[in-house]
Design a protein around this ligand. Sequence first.
Ligand code: PLP
Length: 405
Amino acid sequence: MMPSPSTLLLHPDYAEDREPDPATPGRAIAPPIARSTIHTLDGPGADALVTGQGLRGADVYGRFGTATTREAAKLIARLEHGEAALLTSSGMAAITTTLTTLIPVGGRLACADVVYGGTDSVIATDLAARGIHTSRFDACDPAQLEALLREQPFDLVWCESIGNPLLQVARVRELAAACRAAGVPLGVDATFAGGMAQHPLELGATVVVHSATKYLNGHSDVIAGAIVSDDATIDRCFATMCHTGCCIDPQAAWLLARGLRTLPLRWDRQVRSASLLAARLAEHPAVARVHHPSLAPDAMRAAPLSSAGAVLAFELVDPDLAAADRLLARLRLCTHATSLGGIETLICLPARTSHASLDPQLRRSRGISDTLLRSSVGIEDPEDLWADLARALADASLQVDDSAR
Ligand code: PLP
């Protein structure tokens, strides 16, 4: 039986019938950090260097990886049920490495219409400069992708498991089936699924990326990215990573592995709190609309998504930007900051942060209003979080009577 993530992340090599390793008596429980950037060339690394084969797993030079970065990559590969994983210096590096490796110059990308603003920027600048043409589709409506794939050939299809910032749930299983039928790889940015709510590779995706900065690390003290796929695809991405040099630092990989060990605990608590807050916000008279997968159980079943994630978004009844700003200024526990996935509760306006680089007209046309508030729910007591939100919402200037809804 495959151990659950809580066991696997602590004991990645566990197997019921595994004999204790006689070579490592007195083994350190917290692993050391392998910082050396160079290794003597009289070991197995020499062959890897000469043949170019096996460089990804060999101790040769720090840019290709160290024991620490490989160990953290192994944990993430296991978590996402992939053959192999590659760690990068950031989530953006994981995205750019994957897109530029899998789409040739002059190629075609089909991308979900609402994705992280940084991904939109790469599409509009770096990919466009390489002559790559991008078509968009609604990831909640697989028929749109099927129609696109019938019209023209694509090199890659891209979506997010749970979209940033509107939390729409992509129908990954059906998107993967459409891609398989058309012979096109599917890449999924599963950052918002946290390695816990969905394993896109099991649903037929080709490659999964994470901003490991978020849930996988979970403590808002590391910038990192991860790419998970089959060995051949990871080898191709590794070659790009060696050229661009966007490797992860061993210290960051060590912190990432440390954070990963408590991921299942953090995730359960954060998802439960986010679902509670989403339900209460949906009932609040000053709130016009709440976005959270827990409020869309049919979409969760169709994806499929086993838990709702811990980011929610909402809009106030008062459409004035000043009202959203007043709310932000009155919160004392929910911290006004960008990013997500850490243990502390954050809140921000995506129009000013994650999606600030988008043209405002385009942003609004994709449903991201200037006043949309996005909150990443942390591990604080949910009743304290609700008290903070309710206090801020109850401010007379935010409060409206029911007839205004
Ligand atoms: N993917 C998603 C869905 C994100 O929300 C972000 C950042 O917010 C990224 C990728 C980029 O990650 P990083 O900031 O680690 O480069």
